[in-house]
Design a protein around this ligand. Structure first.
Ligand code: ZN
Length: 122
């Protein structure tokens, strides 16, 4: 599911899926962090962990499909997502980059890879 899907536009199935996935993910992390901390007070609390699926993992392989994790920068924030798993292969246009690239902004992962390849060659 796209990280920018509007909740008011989600159908009942999507809402149920999102709720179940959110709950399962939070419970899974509670379990992992409890095991990691043991009887001690949890230290090294961070919003970025190497074993997160996509958060903070720009350019690294998606754990589900292996395609590179994408990013969208907005204001001072960055959102990470897998185009293959979450947006049907579509790259989300980054406002700053879109303005810079205008019509050259790639729509798909394939177009992005082609653009990178031609930049390397040229
Ligand atoms: Zn993926």
């Amino acid at each position: 599911m796209s990280p920018f899907a509007l909740t008011r536009k989600l159908g009942d199935d999507d809402v149920s899926r999102l709720f179940a996935a959110t709950r399962a993910t939070l419970n899974s992390w509670l379990d992992r962090l409890r095991v990691e901390a043991g009887d001690r007070f949890p230290e090294k609390v961070t919003a970025f962990r190497a074993d997160f699926a996509v958060h903070g993992r720009y350019g690294k392989p998606c754990p589900a499909c292996g395609d590179p994790v994408q990013r969208l920068v907005y204001a001072a924030n960055e959102a990470n997502y897998c185009a293959t798993c979450q947006t049907g292969g579509r790259l989300l246009a980054d406002r700053a980059l879109s303005r810079l690239l205008r019509d050259d902004w790639p729509d798909t992962l394939e177009e992005l890879e082609e653009a990178k390849a031609s930049r390397r060659e040229g």
